[in-house]
Ligand binder design. Structure first.
Ligand code: MIG
Length: 849
C-alpha cells in the first residue's frame, strides 16, 4: 500500500513533558487521567465453543438454541442489516439509548438448512450460520465473504464479558471508533478502549478520551461493512493488534449484541448506521460561523474581544461564556458581571450569538434552588446503600443529576430559561464523563447507581451514557423554550447516537504540532462514526501556540465542521500570557487568519449544503479521502489530507518549519490547484510549496462550489447573489438547498432545492437550472456563474435575449443578463437572473477546448 512520505519530527516527548508540567501545577484537578486498568479476556475461556442445538424461524430471522443455556437471535432489520444477539438464559434482547429506530420493515428473505448450516438470504446479503461449532458468516449477493467469525474463538461470554472474534486479513482497513488519539486514520493494529474520560492534555497515544462510539467500518477488497457493538459498558477493540488473522471486541459486562450492515460503499454504511442511531438535525447557520472562547475571559474581555473582531472586520458569530459566568460555579445562576444586562445588550447589538457552558454537577448547598429541588425530588445518583453520591468538582462538594430518568431530564431542561432569558443561543455541556475530582480515576465509583426498580443501572454500565443523556436533556430545553429554533448543544461526551442531540468538540487538546496533526484523523474518524459536527480547540487548549503554529492551525480551523478558537486560563499556560485571538500574533498571522476565516464565510452556502447532506444521509463534512475514493487503495492510509465536503481537498501543513509537502491526488479525478488553476491527473503524489499563508487546496474537476459575499456574521446580509465557482471539464452539477437556516419551518416544506447544471456541448457551454422544491421565499436574485480556466467568449445568450458584456466583476454582479471575462484570471463571469427560464448558452470563438 502506498503511503505518502512524510518528513516528521514527532514531538511526542515534548508533548509528554508539557502535559506533565501542566498536570504538576494543579495535581488534583488536572492530572491526565486514565480509568481503572483494562480487563483482559481469559484465553482459555474464549476457546470454549458454542454449538447450535435447535433452530426456530422467526418473523424476521431465526432463534437458535445454543449450548451453555444460551440463545442467539439473528434478525434482519433491512436487506443489508442484521442484528445478532447472543443471550444468556433469562436475558432479554437489548436496545441501548443509542438506537433511535427500533421498528424496521422486515425485508423479504429465505431460510434454508443443509449440511449443518443455516442460511438466511435477502436481496443484498446472505448470512450463513454454522452449527457445530456455532459461527456466522456474512456474504454479499455474489457470494463474496464480507465478514466472518474467527472460528477458533467465535463469540460468547467469558464470565460476564461478552466477546466476538472476527477473521481479518492484512489488507483490511478499519475506520470509525469515535474519538481516538494517534496520527493514523486507519485504526488497524490498534488497541482501542471506550470509557469516557476527562483526559486533560491528552497525548497521541492516550487510549481513553472523552467520547465512546463502539462502531467501526471494515474495508476489504474495496467493500465496506459497518459493525456496531451496542454495549454501554467499558468496551475494548483489539483491531488485529495481536495477530493479522483476527480482531475482537468485548466489554466488561452487559449483553452481546451487534449490528452488521453492508455497504459496499462507506457512504451506504453510514447512511444505514445513522438511520439506526439517528441523524444530526439541520444546523442553524450561525453555528457554522466562527466561535471564540477562552476559559477565564472576564466579562470585559468578552466585550473587548467581540468589539475587536468587528473593528478588524474578521468575521465571527459567537462568543462563549465559560464557567466563570456562574455564581461560584452554581449551575443555572449568573454572577453580577456576566449577568449584567448591559453586556448582553452590547453583544446583541453587535449581532453576536452567545453560548454558555454548563456542567452537570450541582453544588451541595442547602438554600440553593437546584440543590433543594433535586434533593426534595430524589434526582441524584446514589451510592450502593441508597444515599446520595457526593463528589467534588468546581463548586466543591456536588450532587450528580441522574439523567437516566426522564423526570430529571425534564427538570434539567426546564431550568434553561435562566440562560435563555439572557439571550443565550446555544449550550455547551462540559465535564459530563462525569468528571469527579476526588473520585477514583477522576469519575464516580463504578457501583454508584442510576435509575430505580427495573431501570436501575450501575455507573459501570451507565458511565458512557451520562453525557448522552445530559445532551438529550439540554436539547429538550430548546424544544421547551425555543420550539421553532434549531437547537445547538455542544458536548464533550458522547455515546453512539448522540449526534441526534449535539455537536462534539474533542476536549482539552494541547498547543503542540502533533495535536494539530492528530486532529485530522481524529475528526475524520468521528465523522465516520455518525458525528459530522466536530471540531477541536483551534490553536490548542492547554499551553499556548507560537505565531507559526497558530497560523497553520487557523488554516485548518477555518475548515473544521465546528470552528472554535478556545484556550486555557492563563494560570495554567506555563506563565505565558500569549493570547489566542487572531490578532494576538502580529500582523502577518492576523492577515492569514482573516483570509481563511473570510474564506469560510464565503463558502457558507457550500458548507451549509454539506451539513444538509450530513443531516439527510449521515455524510461526514470533514471526510477522509477513503470516503469518496474507496476504490483507490492509496487513499486508505492518508491521514493528513481531507475532503472538505464533496469537491474540495485540503492538504494542510501540520509540522513546524515546513514550506512544502507531498499531496496524494486520488485516482479517477482531475485535480485543480485552487490558487493557481493548474491541473493534475489523479493517481499521483505531487509536491507543493506552501509558505506560511498558503493552505494547499485542490478542487475536483467538474465540480461546482456555491459561494457568496463575505459577511461579518451569518445573516448580516441576505443571500441575493450566489456565485457558482465552477471547474468544468464535461459536466458539473449541484443540487442547491436553501432555507431560512434558523427555524424548523423546513419541516413544513419551506425550503428550495434547485438543480444546477453546467455542460460543455461541443463549442459552447450551457447552463441550466431546474427547481425541484420551491417552498422557501428566497432572496436570491441572481446566480453568478464563474467558469474557471475558460477562454474569452464570443457571446452569451438565453433564448433570444443577448447578455451584455461589462467590464468588471463588480459590474457583472450588480447587473443582470451580463458577463465579464477576466483575462488575467482566465475566468468568465456570467450573471443569470434567478428567474431565468431559458438555458444560458455561452459561445466561444475557437474550437472546443
Ligand atoms: O476542568 O470550564 O474541556 O474547554 O474551558 C476544566 C473550564 C473544565 C474543561 C473543558 C474546557 C473548559 C474548562 N473545563
Amino acid at each position: 500500500m502506498h503511503k505518502p512520505s512524510k518528513k516528521i519530527s514527532r514531538l511526542v516527548a515534548t508533548t509528554a513533558i508539557a502535559a506533565t508540567v501542566l498536570a504538576a501545577q494543579a495535581p488534583n484537578v488536572l492530572a491526565v487521567t486514565q480509568p481503572h486498568p483494562d480487563q483482559e479476556l481469559n484465553q482459555e475461556a474464549v476457546k470454549k465453543q458454542l454449538q447450535v442445538e435447535g433452530v426456530e424461524q422467526l418473523e424476521n430471522g431465526v432463534k437458535l438454541d445454543l449450548s451453555s443455556d444460551q440463545n442467539a437471535f439473528i434478525r434482519l432489520f433491512s436487506e443489508d442489516m442484521a442484528k445478532v444477539s447472543i443471550l444468556k438464559e433469562g436475558e432479554e434482547e437489548y436496545f441501548s439509548e443509542a438506537i433511535s429506530k427500533k421498528e424496521w420493515d422486515t425485508p423479504s428473505f429465505d431460510v434454508s438448512e443443509e449440511k449443518g448450516e443455516i442460511t438466511l438470504t435477502t436481496d443484498e446479503i446472505t448470512i450463513k450460520i454454522k452449527k457445530e461449532p456455532f459461527g456466522i458468516k456474512f456474504l454479499d449477493k455474489e457470494g463474496n465473504v464480507i465478514n466472518e467469525d474467527y472460528m477458533q474463538n467465535g463469540s460468547g461470554y467469558d464470565g460476564e464479558k461478552p466477546y466476538v472474534y472476527k477473521k481479518t486479513t492484512e489488507d483490511e482497513a478499519f475506520y470509525g471508533f469515535g474519538e481516538q488519539s494517534g496520527l493514523e486514520v486507519n485504526q488497524r493494529g490498534k488497541s482501542i478502549g471506550m470509557f469516557n474520560t476527562d483526559a486533560y492534555a491528552y497525548e497521541t497515544d492516550t487510549k481513553y478520551l472523552y467520547t465512546s462510539i463502539p462502531f467501526f467500518i471494515g474495508l476489504k477488497d474495496e467493500k465496506a461493512y459497518g459493525m456496531f457493538f451496542d454495549n454501554t459498558n467499558r468496551s475494548y477493540f483489539e483491531m488485529a493488534s495481536e495477530s493479522d488473522d483476527y480482531y475482537y471486541f468485548y466489554a466488561d459486562d452487559g449483553t452481546l449484541n451487534y449490528y452488521f450492515m453492508y455497504g459496499p460503499e462507506i457512504e451506504d454504511v453510514l447512511d444505514r448506521y445513522t438511520e439506526l442511531t439517528g441523524k444530526m438535525d439541520k444546523p442553524a447557520k450561525w453555528t457554522l460561523g466562527l466561535h471564540q472562547s477562552k476559559w477565564e475571559y472576564s466579562a470585559d474581555d468578552i466585550e473587548r474581544v467581540a468589539e475587536t473582531y468587528r473593528e478588524k472586520e474578521i468575521p465571527v458569530d459567537t462568543m462563549h461564556f465559560d464557567i466563570d459566568y456562574m455564581d461560584e460555579y452554581r449551575v443555572f445562576t449568573w454572577s453580577d458581571k456576566f449577568g449584567d444586562d448591559a453586556l448582553h445588550q452590547k453583544l446583541d447589538d453587535m449581532n453576536f450569538k452567545k453560548i454558555t457552558i454548563n456542567d452537570p454537577a450541582v453544588k451541595k448547598d442547602p438554600g440553593y434552588f437546584m440543590y433543594d429541588e433535586g434533593t426534595a425530588n430524589d434526582y441524584w445518583a446514589k451510592n450502593p446503600d441508597g444515599s446520595n453520591f457526593v463528589g467534588e468538582v468546581w463548586p466543591g462538594d456536588s450532587m450528580f443529576p441522574d439523567f437516566s430518568k426522564e423526570e430529571v431530564r425534564d427538570w434539567w431542561a426546564s431550568k434553561h430559561d435562566i440562560l435563555f432569558d439572557k439571550g443565550i443561543d446555544g449550550v455547551w455541556n462540559d465535564m459530563n464523563e462525569p468528571a469527579v475530582f476526588d473520585g477514583p480515576y477522576h469519575t464516580m465509583p463504578l457501583d454508584v447507581t442510576f435509575g430505580e426498580g427495573e431501570n436501575k443501572r450501575t455507573h459501570e454500565e451507565y458511565h458512557n451514557l451520562y453525557g448522552h443523556d445530559e445532551a438529550e436533556a439540554t436539547y429538550d430545553a430548546f424544544e421547551m423554550y425555543k420550539p421553532n429554533e434549531r437547537p445547538f448543544v455542544l458536548t464533550r461526551d458522547m455515546y453512539a447516537g448522540s449526534q441526534r442531540y449535539a455537536a462534539l468538540w474533542t476536549g482539552d487538546n494541547v498547543s503542540e504540532w502533533d495535536h494539530l496533526e492528530m486532529s485530522l484523523p481524529m475528526n475524520m474518524n468521528v465523522g465516520l462514526s455518525g458525528v459530522p459536527f466536530v471540531g477541536n480547540d483551534i490553536g490548542g487548549f492547554a499551553g499556548r501556540p507560537d505565531a507559526e503554529m497558530f497560523a497553520r492551525w487557523i488554516e485548518v480551523g477555518a475548515f473544521l465542521p465546528f470552528s472554535r478558537i478556545h484556550y486555557d486560563s492563563d494560570k495554567k499556560a506555563e506563565g505565558k500570557k500569549q493570547a489566542q485571538e487572531p490578532w494576538a500574533f502580529g500582523q502577518e498571522v492576523e492577515d492569514i487568519s482573516k483570509k481563511y476565516i473570510e474564506m469560510r464565510y464565503k463558502l457558507m452556502p457550500y458548507l451549509y449544503n454539506a451539513f444538509i447532506d450530513a443531516a439527510e444521509q449521515g455524510t461526514p463534512v470533514q471526510q477522509p479521502l477513503v470516503y469518496q475514493f474507496q476504490d483507490d487503495e492509496n487513499t486508505y492510509n492518508v491521514s493528513d489530507q481531507f475532503m472538505f465536503g464533496k469537491a474540495m481537498m485540503l492538504a494542510p501543513i501540520v509540522e513546524p518549519g515546513q514550506t512544502e509537502r507531498d499531496v496524494y491526488l486520488p485516482e479517477g479525478e482531475t485535480w485543480i490547484d485552487y490558487w493557481t488553476g493548474e491541473e493534475f491527473d489523479g493517481g499521483q503524489t505531487i509536491t507543493t510549496e506552501a509558505q506560511l499563508d498558503h493552505l494547499p487546496i485542490y478542487v475536483k474537476k467538474d465540480s461546482m462550489i456555491p459561494t457568496r459575499e463575505v459577511q461579518q456574521y451569518t445573516g448580516e446580509k441576505p443571500l441575493e447573489n450566489l456565485v457558482l465557482d465552477t471547474y468544468l471539464d464535461e459536466k458539473a452539477t449541484y443540487s442547491f438547498y436553501e432555507d431560512d437556516g434558523a427555524t424548523l419551518d423546513y419541516k413544513d416544506g419551506e425550503y428550495n432545492v434547485t438543480d444546477l447544471e453546467v455542460k460543455r456541448k461541443g463549442k459552447h457551454i450551457e447552463f441550466k437550472k431546474k427547481e425541484k422544491a420551491t417552498g422557501y421565499d428566497t432572496d436570491l436574485e441572481s446566480y453568478t456563474l464563474k467558469l474557471n480556466g475558460e477562454e474569452a467568449p464570443k457571446r452569451v445568450r438565453a433564448a433570444k435575449a443577448k447578455y451584455k458584456e461589462v467590464s468588471s466583476v463588480e459590474e457583472v454582479k450588480s447587473t443582470q443578463e451580463s458577463f465579464f471575462y477576466d483575462k488575467e484570471e482566465q475566468a468568465l463571469y456570467v450573471n443569470v437572473p434567478a428567474d431565468e427560464k431559458h438555458k444560458v448558452k455561452i459561445f466561444f470563438n475557437g474550437k472546443k477546448k
